[in-house]
Write a protein that binds this ligand. Structure first.
Ligand code: NAP
Length: 302
């Protein structure tokens, strides 16, 4: 007689479900298990007790952390808060996961690099962050790696969604309010649609199957995962304007190239921070589509 395969739904704790990535993850993860999704103030990642409490209430088999302190400029004047959320919180989550035999998926950023490379960064390239945000995210990566266990760190770049205040929405808004628009040509990276990143992350969870924790343990490590290809902010903006389904609302006549130095900001950003994602693709046989294809798909929903 054939043996029945009993499906045991995974208990998944998703943190940061109102953010760009977290919102999409809540939707793509929903069919994969019993999902508890929360954000501030139900859980405060700046408060260690709050993290431990939600962890012990949920008793997850898998924790996915899409929450972060992402205000890159504000972080320069709030380094302690950025450090608590981006460095200490992931360490607590990794520790809880390790102590209870759970899996942990965490996200990091291209801003851990100084941007001086001439070709896309590999996971083995030495980080050298230029900002408080980058330094705190790097500290988070390092703490998770030191704790070990069944973890994946997915480093991504230039995340956008059409729901929140992303670069894409800003360009669409500027194009409706000003005749000339200046965008920088000297900041280059890979635009990453939050939905595509959520889809690929959920495919990983599916690949892990019932033995997700062992599977994560086997594949543990840090991987680059971002939209394929790369471009400058100028080229990105140009493509956003080209794909805008409501061009009749645009008042912009000219898109002008500019340099980062013309727009001083509190935080320094890497100039070239594209990520080489070959290791991810070779390991998991999944890839992110070209950034232009993803942008077209994203903007079709407008
Ligand atoms: N955005 C990018 O361009 C980019 C680029 C590379 C890597 N990443 C990384 O990708 C991941 C997802 O980024 P994202 O763009 O989706 O970020 P996001 O839209 O800013 O979302 C972050 C989420 O974290 C929540 N959060 C902030 N402080 C918290 C706290 N003290 N306790 C609990 N939750 C808190 C935020 O809540 P509130 O909205 O209430 O503050 C928000 O829901 C992060 O790890 C980020 O570092 C992002």
């Amino acid at each position: 007689m054939a043996a029945w395969h009993i499906y045991h739904p995974k208990r998944i704790l998703l943190l940061g479900n109102t953010g760009q990535l977290g919102w999409e993850l809540e939707r793509t993860l929903a069919p994969l298990g019993e999902l508890l999704a929360c954000d501030y103030p139900e859980v405060d990642l700046a408060n260690i007790e709050s993290i431990r409490q939600v962890f012990h209430q949920c008793k997850p088999q898998l924790i996915i952390n899409a929450a972060a302190y992402t205000a890159v400029d504000r972080a320069e004047t709030e380094p302690n808060l950025a450090n608590a959320i981006n460095a200490i919180a992931p360490a607590i989550l990794a520790e809880e996961a390790h102590n209870t035999g759970s899996g942990f998926i965490h996200f990091s950023t291209d801003y851990v690099f100084d941007g001086l490379n001439a070709t896309p960064y590999l996971e083995t390239d030495p980080p050298n962050p230029l900002s408080v945000y980058g330094r705190t995210k790097l500290a988070g990566e390092q703490k998770v790696q030191q704790i070990g266990g069944a973890y994946l760190i997915l480093r991504t770049s230039w995340v956008y969604s059409l729901r929140r205040d992303s670069f894409v929405n800003k360009v669409l808004g500027w194009a409706r309010s000003q005749p000339n628009l200046k965008l920088v040509t000297d900041q280059v990276s890979g635009p990453t649609w939050a939905r595509m990143l959520a889809e690929v992350t959920s495919h990983l969870v599916l690949l892990g199957g019932d033995d997700i924790v062992d599977w994560l343990s086997e594949h543990r490590g840090l991987y680059h995962l971002a939209g394929s290809g790369y471009c400058s902010r100028f080229e990105w903006g140009q493509e956003v304007l080209r794909l805008d389904p409501h061009k009749e609302e645009q008042v912009v006549h000219e898109l002008l190239p500019a340099l980062t130095a013309e727009f001083p900001t509190p935080a320094r950003r890497p100039l070239f921070s594209a990520l080489n994602c070959d290791n991810f693709t070779q390991t998991f046989h999944l890839h992110m589509p070209d950034w232009k294809i993803a942008l077209k798909l994203a903007m079709e929903s407008l």
